[in-house]
Write a protein that binds this ligand. Sequence first.
Ligand SMILES: [Zn+2]
Length: 264
Amino acid sequence: MVRVTTTDRRTALRAGATFVTAGALAAGCATHGEVARPAPATERSSPKAKAKATSEAPAPRHFPTHPTQLTHGPRTHPRIALTFHGGGDPTTARALLAEAERHDARVTVLAVGTWLDEHPALARRILDGGHDLGNHTLRHLDINTMSVAAARAEITGCAERLQRLTASIGTWFRPSRAARASPLVERLAHTAGYPHVLSYDVDSLDFTSPGAGAVTRKVLGEIRNGSVVSLHFGYADTVAALPAVLEELDRRGLRAVTTTELLS
Ligand SMILES: [Zn+2]
């Protein structure tokens, strides 16, 4: 695998990026009480989304001035990335995507492979909205504790689904049930075609269902230039909180962009 050199580190630090210690675990994405419900027959689609209906998934990109595992982008520009665990009730996914698009915001979805199996149309829906789509393992298990073969299968299993559905494995990989990838998982992700592991510096804790107000306060209390925010599809609090979050981001002049744009 490609190791980050001292020069890369200095360059990245100048760019405002932060290195994280591999192996550190976080509470985020620990459990997800997902309840399957039937998807609506039709979904809302903005004119802008329709105009992008033929867009293709980008090939995985490497940002050499950014660390292999990153928690945020440059602190020098008023841009942030809202990143979503792609799982759970697809109705919440569609509602969150539509709300983001109403505010001309773009997000990043890290999709669970089995979720894509159940809701394959969502892969194109995400890309057609101008959002980033990445890999969040096949089954959302505690990947840092798995054997080499099992962890590899979790990463490549999701990558195969993304490739089949969108003709790209996506740029971003996020480990399941951990904020940081272990050195092994980082290496396996790199080998699978993901130059970067996407962590975050703001945890909304929405998966604990603390109420929409608490989610809004947590995000808005911690977000700043370059932040990467961890959020989840599948939770009513997130759907209820997003309008207020987006309105306040607009008021502060913080633009919600894809992770690819945040780092470009
Ligand atoms: Zn997750």
